[in-house]
Design a binder for this molecule. Structure first.
Ligand code: HEM
Length: 499
């Protein structure tokens, strides 16, 4: 009897202690922003300020929008991403300081994973830090120079021609635009980064396309896995989860290995990113460009370039289908520029399509496919113009889309108006490609791809809404990257048959 009572008391004691430990663990640090005198919103245990996102009631970006609008008059707001305090910067001058002027204090990004032994493909430019990032960036930046882009352009033009041929062959009354645009950008990136022809436009079941699509899945399990990686990285590792499935990793690693072997055996050279990295490997530089690094960086080009470019084109086509006057103005420009360059889709013709580029830029302003970026403090400092001290490894979040939709930088911000970029294609509030030394190196490449794709489509077809076109854009709450909830469906009509 006494023994049972003792056992009961002991069990209650243990359970209470466990509960206390859980409460302590999940609420520890909740006064972090209060003590720093930074405005913040009281977090809930475990999920911090992002509870509604975990139950998929709100998207990550709509949560950021909520904080941005609520604290718009502040310079920054303290948020809790699960238990991790993160400084979300609101003031554009501070954003510019963090990204550019004070870059030496914020030279890293919050990496998705630092466990590159377990996931070697993640040892890439976007994920690297410190001296390794600097050395790799110095190698990658010249591969995106104007001269290299010009030399590479025929590869993009071939894919644009292939896009046009596909539209001439396939039914075009009700086109699943993101699906078609992914086929186009998969071919562009496959050709320019990997040196292979994925044949996605010719064959919607192409193995390359299927594997690429697997990388960008938005099913519930994949989304939860990504949230776990971002918010609970230790749990992610403990559960032995991987960012990309083993078959995706094996597929792309094998392809790049085959291309490298072929180039070495045949000596054939191509104007693609892989060749440029291979040239670095063969030249006499201090940086050791291993096959592993060529592989992981070709992979990041695909990861960073494929979906971003296809999403941009998809939103752009949606806006053009809704605004026939603008569409006609752009078509006129495209036809005129092509005529002036002998009817061919050359680099020079595409570079002269100013209104088309403004339209791509306006699409990126309203619907930036990467709606936020991050930085990690790498040297202790005080944020200029404030008293706030930042210590090493403190994470900073920059809400790119919120800034681009702020009326102080872009009047009437929810109106699609490419003319706002007439005088300046890069005003201070436009940060869809980030800013500073760590901004997107592929920006020009992405612009060329988008303008070439638009030129190929609009010179041959008119674009119209169809029965499945949604009346407006509503972002899908399941995706961090911006996507329309009902998809984007449009109709293409060949120009000759128009009345
Ligand atoms: C419309 C298309 C694209 C958009 C909107 C976009 C946007 C971005 C943004 C916002 C960043 C973060 C910048 C920062 O933190 O300041 C970034 C980084 C990056 N992007 Fe892009 N990107 C696009 C296309 C591409 C393409 C086509 C490539 C390569 C072929 C590419 C390669 C990269 C890489 C490697 C990084 C990491 C750079 C570093 O950490 O040094 N992106 N991109």
């Amino acid at each position: 009897m006494w023994f049972s009572i003792l056992l009961f008391i002991l069990s209650v004691f243990v359970i209470l202690n466990i509960l206390l430990a859980i409460v302590h663990y999940s609420t520890k640090g909740r006064k972090y922003w209060l003590l720093k005198k930074v405005p913040y919103q009281e977090p809930c245990p475990i999920f911090g300020n992002f509870g509604p996102m975990f139950i998929m009631r709100r998207s990550y970006t709509s949560m950021l929008k909520y904080f941005y609008n609520k604290y718009r008059t502040e310079k920054f707001v303290g948020i809790f991403q699960a238990r991790r305090p993160t400084l979300m910067v609101i003031d554009l001058d501070i954003v510019k300081n963090v990204l550019s002027k004070e870059f030496s204090n914020f030279s890293d990004r919050v990496s998705v994973s630092t466990d590159t032994r377990r996931e070697p493909l993640l040892r890439n430019l976007a994920n690297m830090s410190g001296a390794e990032w600097k050395a790799m960036r110095q190698i990658v930046t010249p591969t995106f120079s104007s001269a290299k882009m010009k030399a590479m352009f025929p590869l993009i033009a071939d894919c644009a021609q292939s896009l046009k041929n596909t539209l001439l062959k396939e039914p075009t009354d009700e086109v699943d635009i993101p699906k078609l645009m992914v086929r186009f950008t998969t071919d562009v990136i496959g050709s320019c980064a990997f040196g292979v022809d994925p044949r996605s436009l010719q064959d919607p079941d192409s193995p390359f396309l299927l594997m690429a699509s697997k990388m960008f899945r938005t099913d519930r399990a994949t989304i939860l896995k990504r949230y776990c990686r971002t918010f609970f990285p230790r749990l992610f590792k403990l559960l032995n989860l991987r960012s990309y499935s083993a078959d995706v990793e094996a597929f792309f690693t094998t392809i790049i290995r085959q291309v490298l072997t072929e180039r070495r055996n045949t000596g054939v050279q191509r104007h693609d990113f892989l060749q440029l990295m291979l040239n670095v490997q063969e030249s006499d530089t201090a940086f050791s460009m291993t096959d592993e690094l060529i592989t992981s960086n070709s992979f990041i080009f695909m990861l960073a370039g494929l979906e971003t470019s296809s999403t941009t084109l998809s939103f752009c086509l949606y806006e053009l289908a809704k605004d026939r006057d603008l569409q006609d103005r752009i078509r006129e420009e495209i036809v005129d520029c092509l005529d002036r360059h002998g009817g061919a889709l050359t680099y020079e013709a595409v570079a002269s399509m100013r209104l088309t580029l403004q339209t791509v830029t306006e699409t990126l302003r309203m619907h930036p496919p990467t709606p936020l970026t991050t930085r990690l403090c790498t040297a202790p400092c005080t944020l200029t113009g404030t008293d706030l001290k930042i210590k090493v490894k403190d994470p900073i979040l920059i809400p790119l889309q919120c800034i681009q939709r702020d009326p102080s930088y872009f009047p009437d911000p929810h109106r699609f108006d490419p003319d706002r970029f007439q005088d300046d294609l890069n005003p201070p509030g436009f940060i869809a490609f980030g800013d500073g030394p760590r901004s997107c190196p592929g920006a020009r490449f992405a612009q060329l791809t988008a303008v070439a794709g638009l030129a190929a489509m609009l010179s041959t077809f008119t674009l119209e809404p169809c029965a499945r076109t949604t009346p407006s854009i509503q972002y899908d709450p399941r995706s961090v990257m911006l996507k329309n909830k009902g998809g984007i469906w449009l109709s293409f009509k060949p120009l000759e048959t128009n009345t």
